[in-house]
Design a protein around this ligand. Sequence first.
Ligand code: GLN
Length: 458
Amino acid sequence: MNILEKTEIIKNHELTALENLEQYNKEIDRKNSSLNIYLETDYDQARETAVNIDNRIKNGESVGKLAGMVIGVKSNINVEDFHITAASRTLENYLGSYNATVVNRIKEEDGIIIGVTNMDEFAAGSSTETSYFGPTENPAAPGRIPGGSSGGSAAAVAAQICDLSIGSDTGGSIRNPASHCGVMGYKPTYGAVSRQGLLDLAMSLDQIGPFASDAGGIALMLDIMAGFDDRECTTINWELPQFTELTSDAPDSLKGMRLGVVKQFLEVSDEAIVNIIEDSINKMEEAGAEVVELSFDYVDLCLPTYYLINYVEFFSATRKYDGRKYGYKIEDVCGEEVLRRIHIGSYISQKEYSGKYYKKALQARSLIRKEITRLLKDVDSIVGPTVPKLPHKLGTSLEPMEMYAYDTLTVIANLAGIPAASMKAGEVNGIPVGLQFQAKPLEDGKIVQLMAAYEALD
Ligand code: GLN
């Protein structure tokens, strides 16, 4: 049963919201201690919400679009009364005192927030191993990392311990774990979804987005999450598509779609991954899409540009964690990667008067944005691998640059502010491989259509 069917069944009272919740609760009890996906759950509060929804359905009153859906939230997005730690000791005791805009919207549509999920500390990572609360295990590839930084939210969908979840993506943190866990993950156009209530990693790159096991679930969440927010100055006042309706013409929507394949994206990826992606592209071509080869000359420029900007913005974002208002002083308690970013970010900021690094990174960013915009002019979407390599085994020690290499193909969308998503293309020895779609700013609907179409081909 897919998510849209499930919401109907709950509204018809064939399945109650409480039954749905209890089933997940049982699964959480069975799986969470070994997989380490939820950092905190609140069953009692969730139960109260479920009972209230069921009563309203019984009385013939109207309920929201997410009525009875059980939802996990990354622990850097504020939810009232949950510990919003960003998986850092810094905020170990910080209790969310308000709901982020997206959380309010989910609650207004009768979504049931069951808990907050594990992640890399302050979202600075690609493996969920830097969490102060220990790593999450990949439910789809036992013994391996789930990817990150939203590893818990992706794993929650993969382990079937929620219907839907949300995460944040600054350089790939939704798409990367979606790819490694074999689920769908969506990073909206910058400004399409409100970031109000998100603990920022790098504010010019961060976006909140959904995870789901099917395209209907992604569309449903976007219908609810996207749109202007007068509490957040970077949101765009745009004409919203009806995302769920866009999924209804699958797989016919592939007919006539122009898909761009960037040869350098394949060149930097492992061969086994390339084989799977090429198969997916062939399938879409057979279903009526037109495939064109493209060339992007700046692949090597993307990671240095991204990390430089990330360090500087993160350094600035962490200045509020000085031990006076929230939690501990960050430098006193944080992990190695967070400290590295603070130190380098501080150094670059001090040197900025000479325009040495940051100014150059901003110039490189506009070059990358221009080039990807030029490529997108000619096609409806750029398709390719989400991550160039397979997830490593838990406990393997990686150099920072090896870890950053996971992000090679995802940071471009953040630097350019364009929408991008990942869905499962296949497996290499049982390990999921993700297919990435990228599109022009505010053409989020096209990606949703493509996801629904590709899903319908299987
Ligand atoms: N892995 C990237 C980083 O460490 C992306 C993180 C993210 O998207 N939050 O910055």
